[in-house]
Write a new protein. Structure first.
Length: 309
């Protein structure tokens, strides 16, 4: 489990730098918003373009997707049902909570764990592509279209074209187009894209660390009930559902079952905090959930690896 601990240590180190930068004010006021928008609008689309340009979308049709996608969708829907009944938050906040309940940290922690614990980094590809091609476009479309009280409702044309105006969807579409064509641009064209892509994860982690400075104790605000609901769904329900679907529905072999359970037990991705901050929809909820699930996922991941490994 050294790879798991090393992956968490890397995340914590960069987040700590973001917190220190905010505390010392070297980045000025509003650093969290600037870093989040930089990651969301500029760097992450470049990263997704490169990732999907070299990926095989056919992995979305693998049997492991039944377990990973099924557990993610189930947890998101459970959050929507309970939160809608109990707290009745607005659509944007509901969407952030649903994403936080189901969107795993597959991009950095997932790759590290798949590579070092499972011995094959490609095992994280199905959940990564599902999140990029399905969960993120749907969630971001709702976040972008949601409105606060007093704001005018978006027109039908705005709703229909919203996915086409979402940076991550544009990056995904370009990457899939390149993958389908079997062609990559020449190196001089790719180099600036690669430089921007390399900024995506560090900017998101720095933004998250900066957002922690001055923040109240996690789950201490009015959204505490929603935070703990998401944390339970993410750290307990999602890996349990993935295991059940993998074992009794699609009957995966032991290595594949370990892979889907481990990837489903990963903490909520910092991307959710970036999305929520970019659209100002439930950023506090996302911040608290990312922190709590990151801490609690360490014993969960360790337990899964020991029991199923």
């Amino acid at each position: 489990m050294n790879a798991v601990l090393a992956g968490f240590a890397t995340l914590v180190a960069v987040i700590a730098v973001g917190w220190i930068a905010a505390r010392t004010r070297v980045l000025g006021e509003g650093a969290t918003g600037v870093l989040s928008r930089l990651s969301y609008f500029v760097a992450t689309p470049a990263l997704l373009l490169l990732t999907l340009a070299e990926a095989d979308p056919a992995v979305l049709l693998s049997t492991t997707l039944v377990a990973t996608a099924g557990s993610a969708v189930a947890c998101g829907l459970l959050y929507l049902a309970v939160a809608r009944w109990r707290w009745r938050p607005r659509a944007g906040h509901l969407t952030t909570g649903a994403l936080a309940s189901s969107y795993v940290n597959a991009g950095n922690l997932g790759v590290a764990i798949a590579g070092y614990v499972l011995g094959d980094a490609s095992l994280v590809a199905p959940v990564l592509l599902f999140q990029v091609l399905v969960l993120a476009p749907i969630g971001l479309t709702v976040l972008a279209a949601s409105r606060d009280p007093g704001q005018s409702a978006p027109t039908r044309a705005q709703l229909l074209t919203q996915p086409l105006r979402t940076p991550l969807v544009i990056g995904c579409a370009l990457g899939l187009a390149l993958a389908s064509a079997g062609w990559m641009p020449p190196a001089p064209v790719l180099r600036p894209v690669e430089l921007l892509a390399d900024l995506a994860v560090p900017a998101a982690l720095l933004a998250y660390g900066a957002g922690l400075h001055g923040a109240p104790r996690p789950a201490s605000a009015g959204t505490a009930g929603q935070v703990w609901l998401v944390v339970v769904l993410k750290t307990v329900a999602q890996p349990a559902l993935a295991y059940a679907l993998g074992r009794w529905v699609v009957r995966l072999d032991d290595p594949a079952l370990l892979a889907v359970t481990l990837t489903s037990a990963l903490p909520t991705a910092q991307n959710v905090f970036v999305y929520a901050t970019a659209y100002d929809r439930g950023a506090e909820l996302a911040r608290d959930v990312v922190l709590l699930t990151t801490v609690l996922s360490v014993p969960v991941l360790t337990g899964v690896a020991v029991v199923l490994g």
